[in-house]
Design a protein around this ligand. Structure first.
Ligand code: ATP
Length: 306
């Protein structure tokens, strides 16, 4: 029996470790972008969150030193405001969110939250202050209720339901035969991209972080789902310091400031109206996306008619 229990104990330990690892990460983001070189400094203090104002100050960054990705990026996300980053694929948009989470560190320049350099604070306190709605949410092989409660384990059932309502996924869940107890993930019900994203939004609403990073899905959602998700995102961003990594431009119209990133540098900044009037890179991106969206909708209508 002793011989048998040893490997079983060992397996149990591995299982617990893996499970813990899954709980410790924010939506697999950390596993996907894991960088073991980033460690807390011995004197690291917890982040003291005040009004949750975020600043990037002359940030230079490269994953490999021979290929600069960010070349002197400076901007501020004032407390409670929304700043959207747009720009061509590969410009470095998602890299900004990885640096804010400190999965990587800038080679020069710094990122602060309420004046504290994030390189000098404890990573657990940093990540506790930031909520992330990632591009692709990975669901745990557990119930849909568990997947929402993951945002805050102590939340009551009523709070879980309220978060689902705000994320506009409540009716979908209530129509399932087992409701919140329905198994999802690889071994359960498969959710669509839009449904998964709404689960991530509900989870983030429950977590209630002062700072939010919304990394929009690159995949095309139909315009109804996109509007639903947009409403949910607007709600969760209300009153929080929000950085939107926008792959689709429809999200950014109401942002307090839009930054256009091109090859690692901010080439334009302003509100939607001001940038359209300027007729530069943003206006060109906007027009191109409008045309692509119109073509997509026309194609869909044609398919529906067939
Ligand atoms: P998209 O809109 O296509 O998502 P993006 O603007 O978000 O693009 P990033 O994901 O920030 O772009 O990537 C910027 C550049 O950095 C890309 O050229 C990419 O290939 C490169 N890159 C991203 N992650 C890594 C990595 N872990 N190691 C090396 N290079 C990377």
């Amino acid at each position: 029996l002793v011989q048998l229990s040893m490997p079983l104990n060992f397996m149990g330990m591995i299982y617990r470790e893996i499970k813990q690892a899954l709980i410790d990460i924010d939506d697999m983001f950390r596993i996907l972008h894991r960088n073991p070189e980033i460690a807390d400094r011995p004197d690291a203090a917890p982040l003291a969150v005040g009004t949750a104002a975020v600043r990037f100050e002359d940030v230079h960054f490269a994953y490999n030193l021979d290929r600069p990705i960010l070349r002197g990026v400076s901007f501020a996300v004032p407390s409670g405001k929304t700043v959207a980053i747009v720009g061509p694929s590969g410009a470095g948009k998602s890299t900004l969110s990885r640096l804010l989470f400190r999965f990587y560190e800038p080679q020069s320049g710094r990122i602060t939250i309420d004046g504290q350099d994030i390189a000098a604070v404890r990573q657990d306190s940093l990540r506790a202050a930031i909520g992330m709605v990632p591009q692709d949410t990975v669901l745990f092989n557990d119930t849909i209720g568990y997947n929402i409660r993951y945002g805050r384990w102590e939340a009551s059932d009523a709070e879980v339901r309220e978060a689902a309502r705000l994320a506009q996924i409540d009716r979908f869940i209530e129509a399932l035969p087992e409701g919140y107890d329905t198994p999802v993930g690889e071994r359960g019900l498969k959710l669509s991209g839009g449904e998964k994203q709404r689960v991530a939004i509900a989870r983030t609403i429950l977590k209630g972080p002062p700072i939010l990073v919304l990394d929009e899905a690159t995949s095309a959602l139909d315009s109804f789902t996109e509007r639903e998700i947009q409403h949910a995102l607007d709600r969760v961003a209300q009153g929080r310091t929000t950085l939107v990594i926008a792959h689709r431009l429809s999200t950014v119209v109401n942002a307090d400031e839009i930054l256009v990133l091109d090859r690692g540098a901010i080439v334009e900044r302003g509100t939607h109206g001001a940038l359209l009037a300027r007729g530069g890179t943003y206006a060109a991106l906007w027009n191109r996306q409008r045309e692509a969206d119109a073509a997509r909708e026309a194609l869909k209508r044609a398919e529906d008619r067939e």
